[in-house]
Design a protein around this ligand. Structure first.
Ligand code: ACO
Ligand code: ZN
Length: 281
């Protein structure tokens, strides 16, 4: 039986408590063996330590003095803040976050080597503290020019534009680095939908404003979106023609407007003037 369970990775933890939410989990996550018999886990919403019993969490909350993720606040706009956590400086936090995130991420391998990653934690803040709504992780050095490894919006906060905000934020960091970036593959269905939506909106808005011809390379320089992702997105929108052995963007204003309407709402914007950040060295 053991072996079978190992093999099929039966979902163990069915629900978690996190801040004021009780959340049903989606997938298996490899918590340490002493949690194997648990169907519910209680998380401290600030340090992300997890416990088997409600009383343990209540005792913990009395002595835990964190009111926001550990690390530096690199962005604040109204009640929305972003914290950067270095996995090497905050190893336990990084590992706790990975255990938590895997409950909602299917085909992602869990990186125990959190040292190599930075974690960007998006929070809604009030007088009780900064409450995590989602996060993304990013390798400190990526050979494949990935600018994002894993992205998650916690289920109670999904479909409100936070995902697109996180994606936009990852590209703002790439712009500051002077690099193009792309998310680590594979993308989940929801990940693909969110990226497609983001790429589509960003590109359509530029094409709409821009007068005259523009190349994929120029679009890539402006947005930090990898050329291949741009080409794919525009091909999907049927905005690419192949002429004389070259790809050309044909941006008929009427077609652009139709696509823009279909692309839906833009969501929460990243105000770059409120981002205080220098690339990792
Ligand atoms: N059904 C249909 N479309 C959806 C859904 C859904 N359930 N969720 C998101 N979308 C699409 C929509 O087009 C939406 O735009 P719209 O609301 O304007 O129509 C767009 O994706 C983005 O919506 P957001 O509200 O900005 O995104 P959200 O905060 O819900 O987060 C995310 C998206 C992060 C992918 C979230 O669904 C999630 O955490 N999923 C579980 C983890 C996951 O799959 N992560 C990606 C793995 S790939 C990787 O990590 C590299
Ligand atoms: Zn705590």
């Amino acid at each position: 039986l053991r072996e079978h369970e190992e093999f099929t990775k039966v979902k163990n933890i069915a629900t978690i408590e996190l801040g004021r939410y009780e959340i049903e989990t989606w997938y298996f996550s490899p918590f340490p063996p002493e949690y194997n018999d648990c169907v519910k886990l209680y998380f401290c919403e600030f340090c992300l330590n997890f416990m088997k019993r409600k009383e343990q969490l209540q005792r913990h909350m009395k002595k835990c003095d964190l009111k926001h993720p550990p690390g530096d606040e690199i962005y604040r706009n109204g009640t929305l803040s972003m914290f950067e956590v270095d996995g090497k400086k905050n190893k336990v936090y990084g590992q706790n976050l990975c255990y938590l995130a895997k409950l909602f991420l299917d085909h992602k391998t869990l990186y125990y080597d959190v040292d190599l990653f930075l974690f960007y934690i998006l929070c809604e803040c009030d007088d009780r503290g900064c409450h995590m709504v989602g996060y993304f992780s990013k390798e400190k050095h990526s050979e494949e020019s990935y600018n994002l490894a894993c992205i998650l919006t916690l289920p109670p906060y999904q479909r409100k534009g936070y995902g697109k905000f996180l994606i936009a934020f990852s590209y703002e960091l790439s712009k500051k680095e002077g690099k193009v970036g792309t998310p680590e593959r594979p993308l989940s269905d929801l990940g693909m939908l969110s990226y497609r939506g983001y790429w589509t909106r960003v590109l359509l808005e530029i094409l709409k404003k821009h007068k005259g011809n523009i190349s994929i390379k120029e679009l890539s320089d402006m947005t930090a979106i990898r050329a291949e992702d741009i080409l794919n997105t525009l091909q999907n929108l049927d905005l690419i023609q192949y002429r004389k052995g070259q790809h050309a963007i044909c941006a008929d204003p009427k077609v652009l407007d139709r696509h823009l309407k279909a692309a839906g709402r833009g969501g929460l914007d990243v105000d770059v003037t409120k981002l205080i950040w220098t690339p990792y060295k």
